[in-house]
Design a protein around this ligand. Structure first.
Ligand SMILES: [Zn+2]
Ligand SMILES: [Zn+2]
Length: 103
């Protein structure tokens, strides 16, 4: 569930750009359109972002959210709601694998 209006707008714009001719992936054309929209609308449309740091496991009782890498199985734990928990599809594990919320 997306609750952040800015993030929701950027996610929709991100997907909308994929419907433009030659924008099925995040190639140069997609990137140039994203930069154009970001400049005009002050948004921050990005390709997926790698999750940096904070891979350290928390004490089990503090863990509220768990994301698991679909490639290497690494678990990313969070104590509270944050961007990566809200929109895991926008992020990648350090190995480049896709993240899936499992808890
Ligand atoms: Zn995309
Ligand atoms: Zn991984």
């Amino acid at each position: 569930m997306l609750t952040d209006p800015g993030l929701l707008r950027e996610t929709l714009l991100h997907e909308l750009l994929h419907t433009c001719p030659g924008c099925r992936d995040h190639g140069d054309r997609w990137k140039s359109y994203a930069a154009l929209v970001n400049g005009r609308m002050g948004t921050n449309i990005q390709r997926t972002v790698k999750v940096e740091g904070e891979f350290t496991p928390l004490r089990r009782e503090e863990v509220k959210y768990v994301l698991r890498c679909q490639s290497c199985g690494r678990e990313i734990t969070r104590m509270r709601m944050c961007k990566v928990v809200r929109a895991p599809w926008r992020y990648r594990c350090l190995c480049g694998g896709k993240l899936k919320r499992v808890q």
